[in-house]
Design a protein around this ligand. Structure first.
Ligand code: ZN
Length: 305
């Protein structure tokens, strides 16, 4: 069961059991909030025999979980890219007859990682859907889809999961209330991250170290910040990870300040912290999606602290 997203699930629930399932949907919203899980549950609701929702026990539900359901194809990026061949392959599979005498479904996860040629190939599928097909694109960067592609999708927007929902869920998984509170506070509404933190102590330690770094950098002279950028390993995933943690930390600082606590950045105004968050998001976007010089981008970011 996924946590949160009540409204979105209600809309999908109605679609799943109705006759007018759209040909193409777009699930948009930031990373790690459960978009793909909701998509999988939606597919289960379509194929499960249960009148409302899904059962998790029938052949359809089980084989959807084990990725062996013949009417469902899922495309995921390799090396941060979705090749045009994969899109064409999906097009072929969608044009075959359904095994269940029902829909053929395709999911493209991280759909923004399709380059232009792949998106144009997809456009063909969207323009001339053959038979009963359903395509679901999932992305945290919908603005990277071609307008011609995006305009053919019915968009369902997802937002973060509330802190309370995350806390309750972690407690239901066996976390102490104190631990659940701590993790919920640093998860910024991203349920996937919260579960990672609960299951992996290393991740929590890594998180705490990155926070120590940003607090010390915020109180350091410029040359020390440049040193940090210079020494940072040239590894995209790691930089993005750390930026992600810093952003979470800044959001937590805002919450603390709003509730009247000093936080770790005592001399920073709310406005300043919000500006830093904007910079963090911008830098993360550039590093993930362009060929920007990573060290320079990191330096520019650290100057704004
Ligand atoms: Zn079922």
């Amino acid at each position: 069961m996924t946590i949160g997203h009540k409204k979105q699930k209600e809309v999908l629930e109605r679609l799943a059991k109705g006759k007018n399932i759209p040909h193409a949907l777009l699930f948009s919203g930031i990373d790690k909030i459960g978009k793909k899980r909701v998509a999988i549950e939606f597919i289960k609701s379509i194929f499960c025999e249960k009148e409302k929702g899904f059962c998790e026990e029938c052949y359809s539900c089980k084989s959807i979980d084990s990725a062996s359901f013949p009417d469902l194809s899922i495309i995921e990026a390799k090396d941060r890219n979705i090749e045009i061949e994969e899109v064409r392959d999906l097009q072929n599979r969608l044009s075959l007859k359904s095994y269940n005498n029902s829909l053929k479904v395709g999911i493209i996860d991280d759909a923004h990682l399709m380059r232009k040629d792949a998106q144009n190939a997809l456009l063909k599928v969207l323009e001339e859907p053959k038979g009963d097909t359903l395509l679901i694109l999932i992305t945290s960067y919908p603005q990277m889809l071609l307008p011609t592609v995006r305009s053919r999708l019915e968009e369902i927007k997802f937002s973060v999961v509330s802190r309370k929902e995350i806390e309750d869920y972690l407690v239901s998984l066996g976390a102490s209330e104190e631990k659940a509170k701590e993790i919920a506070l640093i998860s910024s509404g991203q349920i996937g991250k919260a579960i990672d933190f609960l299951n992996d102590k290393e991740k929590l330690n890594y998180f705490n170290k990155a926070i120590k770094d940003i607090i010390s950098l915020a109180h350091s002279e410029m040359y020390k910040r440049f040193d940090f950028a210079k020494e940072f390993k040239e590894n995209q995933d790691e930089i993005v990870n750390v930026l992600d943690i810093w952003e979470r930390f800044m959001r937590r600082e805002i919450l603390l300040k709003v509730y009247g606590n000093k936080g770790s950045l005592e001399n920073y105004s709310l406005k300043k912290i919000k500006e830093i968050i904007d910079e963090l998001e911008k830098t993360k976007y550039l590093i993930e999606n362009t060929n920007v010089n990573k060290k320079l981008a990191l330096e520019n970011l650290l100057i704004t602290l």
